[in-house]
Design a protein. Structure first.
Length: 501
């Protein structure tokens, strides 16, 4: 891999030196207690963030309830849709600020922030606004044996107050992926971004405010999980639903906290995703696609590949080709247009990933490339960088093969038969995504449905249609999001029966 050495200190947005505030009932407020927001590129302080108190969370819930009984509830579907489009326009009007904020918080590249994260954030509002405005509902003409007739139809009502707890890996994209459909169908929301990535959520609150979203319809609280905003939201008796993306352990804790009040839950959790490369695959395309699926965003995407299974005739060739891809990656400053990979989200996460690198070695892995920390000789040595890493030689029972690392790493193992590949890929507690590489149409249709995952890509990776169902099985989550599936989760169908005779 290539570590770029030209010092390019990160350019922070000019107003980021102050305190990032909470947004409750249409006002930006501080709690008096703050925490630091650290740049993962060089370890510098970006700004401080006001941590919401339990009382502030209570105020946000009451504001949301008031919005549901007032101006927000009075809006028609068309009016809400127009407002969501205005929010999307507001994001695009401040595009450079959002990109800079996303890069500062995460260290991700300028290309990714400006081509994926922020554009998708705006697109989410437009897509779900249009879907909510045009969706249909059920209607049945009923006739009974004794001659009664009735018209039965369904109306979709918002769930109520929805807590949206978002992760740090794709802060803007995944926050709006949940916010947009929840608000498009009329819910009032309380958003809690990750404590590691508070900036774009704060900018979004400014956009919501300027767009004229009624007070209380959108609220933002900053904080942590236990004994902080995350726990206050998941335990709150007046929260009607919790939607969360993040670690499986955290999802389990939220589920337990929400159980007493029987809240609606939607979780997109962890993954230990597998790629299967058959010997008839387009070799170059499989190498290129697998490199993207392993190393994109430093492996910090729930859909990234950590287990690679290659049919034996092309195994050694594939290992060497993927090694060359990993070693050619430019690791550097986020704003450098040649940067392929930035740092991990934090020094704490860096230590977690490095501990798995060491575990793999202790378990007997062969290090094909990487396995350590790149050295720069500048401020980046204070950051959270790790090397893109490839291992081989581990047993399928090894912890580092079974447990999610969430870093730029994969283990490559050979297989002989189609049945063996399917069995190895499915032998996991997780079930989020899989990729299959083959030029055989019959094999593609035969293997893909046998994957125990929520999504399977054939001869591609990360190609998404926002209308399709998205989610996982096993420890990878519950529920489905995307298109009408999101609208269904954030709505409560109600049957109305009208007697006709």
């Amino acid at each position: 891999m290539t570590a770029r050495t030209t010092p390019q200190p990160f350019q922070q947005p000019p107003h980021f030196g102050g305190v990032l505030r909470n947004y409750v009932n249409g006002q930006f407020v501080e709690s008096g207690k703050c925490f630091d927001n650290i740049n993962p590129v060089d370890g510098s302080l970006i700004n401080q963030v006001s941590e919401a108190s339990r009382e502030m969370v209570d105020q946000a819930v009451m504001a949301a309830q008031a919005a549901l009984a007032g101006e927000w509830a009075a809006l028609s579907d068309n009016q809400r849709s127009a407002l969501m489009h205005k929010v999307a326009d507001g994001i695009e009007a401040r595009f450079d600020e959002f990109v800079a904020a996303e890069m500062a918080d995460t260290g991700k590249s300028l290309w990714q922030a400006s081509n994926i994260d922020i554009p998708r954030g705006a697109a989410n509002f437009r897509v779900f606004a249009d879907l909510a405005k045009t969706r249909s509902s059920e209607c049945f003409h009923t006739e009974t044996a004794d001659g009664q007739q009735a018209l039965n139809y369904a109306v979709n009502k918002p769930l109520g107050v929805v807590a949206v707890i978002a992760p740090w890996n794709l802060p803007m994209l995944l926050l709006t992926w949940k916010l947009a459909p929840a608000m498009a169908v009329g819910n009032a929301v309380i958003a809690k971004p990750s404590e590691d990535t508070p900036a774009t959520a704060t900018l979004l609150a400014e956009v919501m405010h300027d767009a004229g979203v009624p007070a209380g319809a959108f609220n933002l609280v900053h904080g942590f999980g236990p004994d902080s905003a995350g726990e206050f939201l998941s335990q709150h008796k007046d929260i009607d639903a919790v939607t969360f993306t993040g670690e499986s352990k955290t999802g389990s804790a939220i589920m337990k906290a929400a159980a007493d009040n029987v809240k609606a839950l939607s979780f997109e959790l962890g993954g230990k995703n597998a790629a299967i490369i058959f010997d008839d695959a387009d070799f170059d395309a499989a190498v290129e696609g697998t490199a993207k699926s392993v190393f994109t965003n430093g492996g910090q995407v729930c859909l990234c590949t950590e287990r690679v299974y290659v049919q034996r005739p092309v195994f050694e060739k594939f290992v060497q080709a993927l090694k060359q891809k990993a070693q050619a990656l430019n690791i550097g400053w986020p704003q450098d247009p040649d940067t392929d990979m930035g740092p991990l989200i934090s020094r704490a996460h860096q230590q977690k990933v490095l501990s798995y690198y060491q575990l793999a070695k202790d378990e007997g892995a062969k290090v094909v490339t990487g396995g350590g920390i790149p050295q720069f000789g500048d401020e980046r040595d204070n950051g959270a960088f790790v090397e893109p890493t490839i291992f081989t030689g581990l047993a399928e029972t090894a912890r580092s093969v079974k447990e999610e690392v969430f870093g730029p790493v994969c283990h490559i193992a050979p297989f002989d038969t189609e049945e063996q590949a399917i069995a190895m890929a499915n032998d996991s507690d997780y079930g989020l995504a899989a990729t299959v590489w083959t030029t055989s149409l019959q094999r593609a249709h035969r293997v893909a449905p046998k994957m125990e995952t929520g999504i399977v890509w054939v001869n591609t990776w990360y190609l998404r249609d926002l209308r399709t169902p998205f989610g996982g099985v096993k420890l990878s989550g519950i529920g489905r999001e995307g298109g009408v599936h999101s609208l269904s989760f954030y709505s409560e169908p109600m049957n109305i029966c009208i007697k006709l005779n």
